[in-house]
Write a protein that binds this ligand. Structure first.
Ligand SMILES: Cc1ncc(C[n+]2csc(CCOP(=O)(O)OP(=O)(O)O)c2C)c(N)n1
Ligand SMILES: [Mg+2]
Length: 319
């Protein structure tokens, strides 16, 4: 498949934006500037980037507790996300939701989610709604290897299959659910094989290869848009940081972690683009500097924003 140069450069920009956002969040969390829990996506950038590069603005995503990468790849603003993490009024949820509640329905971002597997049935609902409104929008449903063990996965995927709903399930298999290896909780080598049970297509790809993810998800999106129903795409990848910031990761073999760090998706993608003549080293450097500046501005925006006032305690609360 011939991917336009502009698209590839945009994908590079997205991966760098996710990486630098997450690295800064890690630093600010360690400094005590971010309350609550944060789960970082560093190492998995190629998966959200390659997947979302197939979407139109009127398509949707559902996300997870490890959602910053998905939200950025769908166009989420880094300044409002950073402000949300800092608990500030300019954040996506007025500073009251934090990392796991960020949503931007205008961008088709139907929310990060603190409930493991929580996005699976929301994705089916959004897909059904799109169809009932006569739209050909599709929904990318991101979930983890651990989430694919949940009952909601069976119910959600089965219903989407039976009703030919336009959903693409993206299992980001980073090999761990909290501190438990997926090999200890599932017999399958490829989790995407679960598709057989629902009579739908599946594909397993190197989740650290943005182009492989782009192409696999692209085919699944095209199928969904035509009305041919859902697909499961499994992206094999690895999270570099702990399950949450502060997790010491004693359960991960050192060699395994080192091996995956050598398979860093970003330099590999950059090298590919330079070798193909898509851009030069200097262009990549320029993008890096622009994003560094963007993230710096996002932190400044967060720091200069007020916290929610006591009068706002009961606003945005539904009963
Ligand atoms: C319904 C539910 N059960 C358990 C938890 C606690 N929990 C939070 S993240 C997590 C592991 C999720 O693993 P996976 O789906 O592989 O996603 P990853 O963290 O690897 O991205 C668990 C068990 C939860 N938040 N929600
Ligand atoms: Mg996992």
């Amino acid at each position: 498949m011939q991917i336009p140069g502009e698209k590839l450069i945009d994908m590079y920009r997205t991966m760098v934006r996710i990486r630098l956002f997450e690295q800064r969040v890690s630093k600010e969390f360690a400094a005590g500037n971010i309350p609550g829990f944060v789960h970082l996506y560093i190492g998995e950038e190629a998966s959200a980037t390659g997947a979302c590069a197939n979407l139109r603005s009127d398509d949707y995503i559902t996300s997870t507790h490890r959602g910053h990468g998905h939200l950025i790849a769908k166009g989420g603003r880094t300044d409002r996300m950073m402000a949300e993490l800092f608990g500030r009024r300019t954040g996506y949820c007025n500073g009251k939701g934090g990392s796991m509640h960020i949503a931007d329905t205008a961008l088709g971002i139907l929310g990060a989610n603190g409930i493991v597997g929580g996005g699976i049935t929301i994705a089916g609902g959004a897909a059904l709604s799109a169809r009932m409104r006569g739209k050909d929008s599709v929904v990318l449903c991101f979930l983890g290897d651990g989430a694919s063990n949940r009952g909601t996965f069976h119910e959600g995927v089965n219903m989407a299959s039976v009703w030919d709903l336009p959903v693409v399930y993206i299992i980001e298999n980073n090999m761990y659910a909290e501190k438990t290896r997926i090999a200890d909780t599932a017999r399958l080598t490829n989790l995407a094989d679960r598709a057989t049970a629902y009579g739908i297509p599946d594909v397993t790809v190197d989740g650290n290869d943005a182009i492989a993810v782009y192409e696999a998800v692209g085919e699944a999106v095209a199928r969904a848009r035509k009305g041919d129903g859902p697909t499961i795409v499994e992206c094999k990848t690895y999270r570099w940081h702990g399950h949450y910031e502060g997790d010491r990761q004693s359960y991960k073999p050192k060699e395994e972690a080192e091996e995956w760090r050598r398979r860093d998706p970003i330099p590999a993608f950059r090298k590919k683009l330079i070798e193909a003549g898509t851009f030069a080293d200097a262009d990549a450097e320029k993008i890096d500097r622009e994003i560094e500046n963007e993230i710096e501005q996002a932190v400044k925006f967060a720091l200069e924003s007020p916290s929610p006032s006591p009068e706002q305690t009961l606003t945005d609360v539904f009963a």
